[in-house]
Design a protein around this ligand. Structure first.
Ligand code: KG4
Ligand code: ZN
Length: 413
């Protein structure tokens, strides 16, 4: 069957057309066309995403991207290229799409609505079903997808012979701009949130700390770049001095300040040792704020001192990553997870990936680690289509009434 998937939950407009086939044992996908339009540059001027501006951009982009995606997916469609007056546009007649999938939440409601309204109109016009998908479910399943070509997801629980299979339970660490959660899956499409952030999400903390340091939005890649730079410099001239047990030695270099005083860049690891799987990143963000203020009192303007900026970025990234890795390790042990998925925008972070790999190696863990393809770490419609099709073949959400599909900003897994 042919599927069209649509993603508009935040600041990326994405459309994908797949050919999909499958049964209870496996699902195979062939991407016929996929398009993604990022609004990052528009929102960057304001340091964050403005929901109403995101809505306007999605509304503008959706018809353009849809036409582009259709033309790519159905190059020999008869309507292609016909521009004479009174002629039909390619999107007027259904070129063969059997199912539409759309993100219904969580996310920014005005942005979500644009995708939903667009999808409903098409579903009505083409007389085909529409399946709503949870954006976080999409992120989890993104690790099984590719951005182009074909891919297959083995769905069977018992693999025989050399057949590929995914081992359960699966633990997913979802880290994005709006979410930080640990999700346990004992079966496909069954989710149990075992821990989550009590305040800021990890990506949000990256973005806010970046803003304090006057780095552009989105802050994650910027902080990460500075942190990597700092690590590289330091490893070529190793720090002498105190190294605290269990900590990253790179973060503990003392900064020489005026009047012969020194200050250590040391940030907290909030809730790291709490007895649950919840996270908190707002205290860490505030600690960076105070650090910058204290440095200012010492006449250190971090905005003008690239080295100190990079050192703060490094210690901040260490603090976030250490917390995420430690809690994930505890959750793997408790739930005996056989597969670990790390997904969402922050899964693009190289240090996070390296430290997750290291943790599994150091603990001799047999847990299989899955990260998404680099192109699928951020928001995209490929992951949404995959989630929708799995729902479809698992007999969930068939014949859903169009009227019942609505945007839910706080939709839970
Ligand atoms: O999943 P995503 O694209 O959108 C949401 O659903 O929120 O995640 C975006 C978040 C932003 O906060 C961004 O700063 C963060 O992912 N991010 C990163 C990196 N790349 C993107 N955070 C840390 N390191 C990165 N390399
Ligand atoms: Zn996302």
């Amino acid at each position: 069957m042919i599927i069209l998937s649509i993603e508009t939950s935040c600041d990326e407009t994405g459309l994908t057309i797949f050919k999909a086939k499958g049964n209870q044992n496996k699902a195979s996908f062939e991407i016929l066309a996929t398009t993604l339009s990022s609004q990052v540059k528009i929102h960057a001027q304001y340091g964050g995403v403005f929901p109403m501006m995101a809505k306007r951009e999605h509304q503008k982009n959706l018809p353009i991207l849809f036409k582009k995606t259709l033309k790519k997916a159905f190059p020999s469609s008869p309507a292609k290229g016909r521009t004479e007056e009174g002629s039909e546009d390619i999107e007027q007649k259904n070129p063969g799409i059997d199912l539409i999938v759309v993100t219904s939440g969580p996310g920014l409601e005005p942005a979500l609505w644009t995708g939903i309204v667009f999808a409903k109109e098409l579903a009505l016009k083409y007389k085909i079903p529409l399946i709503p998908v949870n954006h976080m479910e999409g992120h989890i399943l993104s690790v099984f997808a590719k951005n182009k070509g074909t891919f297959t997801i083995p769905l069977r629980r018992q693999g025989s012979g050399g057949q590929a299979k995914i081992n359960f339970p699966i633990l997913s660490l979802l880290v994005s701009g709006g979410h930080t959660e640990l999700v346990l899956m004992r079966d496909w499409l069954k989710y149990e949130v075992i821990g989550q952030t009590l305040d800021d999400a990890a990506g949000e903390a990256f973005d806010k700390v970046a803003r304090m340091m006057e780095l552009p939005y989105p802050g994650g890649p910027e902080i990460s770049r500075l942190a990597e730079e700092f690590r590289k410099n330091i490893s070529s001239s190793p720090a002498k001095g105190r190294i605290e047990e269990g900590s990253d030695p790179l973060a503990f270099q003392a900064l020489p300040l005026s009047r012969g005083r020194k200050i250590r860049i040391l940030l907290p690891r909030p809730m790291m040792y709490s007895k649950n799987f919840d996270f908190s990143f707002s205290g860490l963000k505030t600690a960076v704020l105070y650090l910058i203020r204290d440095l200012k009192k010492e006449n250190v303007n971090i905005l003008k001192d690239e080295k100190i900026k990079a050192q703060i970025a490094c210690e901040f990234e260490n603090a976030v990553v250490e917390t995420l890795v430690y809690k994930t390790k505890k959750a793997i042990e408790k739930y005996e997870a056989k597969t670990l998925i790390v997904a969402g925008g922050v899964s693009a972070n190289k240090h996070l990936k390296k430290e997750m790999q290291k943790m599994l190696k150091d603990t001799n863990s047999k847990t299989k680690l899955l990260f998404p393809d680099k192109k699928l770490t951020g928001d995209n419609s490929v992951m949404i289509g995959v989630a929708g099709y799995l729902k479809y073949i698992k007999n969930k959400m068939k014949n859903i009434k169009l009227d019942s599909i609505k945007a839910e900003g706080n939709l839970k897994l």
